[in-house]
Design a protein. Structure first.
Length: 151
């Protein structure tokens, strides 16, 4: 039982802190798919089914030739630059089942907000000039550990 829990913790933390930043979620999916294909090939090779093995090998090669999804390629800098040159104001208004979602440009920031019963709530803000900037206070401290209070 302890080994299972330790493996789950290691898998979760390893994926979150190492694999996703290194190769991205698409890359992880492709690697796991390739591992599955190779495991299938091994099983077919052991059973002696040659024709199926060659078809699986071709499928594995096609998966491996697919471009990797590195995390650094997620943000298209040309789109950010184009948005930064747009005039300030409303970019989009989406009406969802639950509320109205608004995308608004304010100087060098894109703001996503929603409206419920006439009140506007800011959901997120991104700085178009600096992808690493966290303009909202709650995004700056959301992973901080709260202080332990003595009672």
């Amino acid at each position: 039982m302890a080994f299972s829990t330790a493996g789950s913790i290691a898998g979760t933390l390893g994926t979150t802190f190492f694999l996703i930043p290194a190769i991205g979620s698409r890359g992880i999916t492709l690697v796991l798919g390739a591992v599955g294909l190779f495991a299938g090939l091994a099983m077919l090779a052991v059973s002696g089914r040659g024709r199926a093995t060659s078809a699986m090998a071709l499928a594995a090669l096609l998966v491996l030739r697919a471009p990797s999804g590195h995390a650094q390629g997620v943000i298209d800098e040309s789109v950010r630059a184009a948005m930064a040159t747009r005039a300030d104001g409303r970019i989009a208004h989406l009406e969802t089942q639950y509320n109205h979602v608004f995308i608004t440009k304010r100087q060098n920031q894109l703001v996503m907000s929603f409206q419920v019963k006439g009140w506007d709530y800011t959901e997120s803000v991104t700085n178009l000039l600096d992808a690493d900037d966290l303009p909202l206070r709650y995004t700056q401290v959301m992973t901080a550990v709260p202080p332990i209070r003595k009672t």
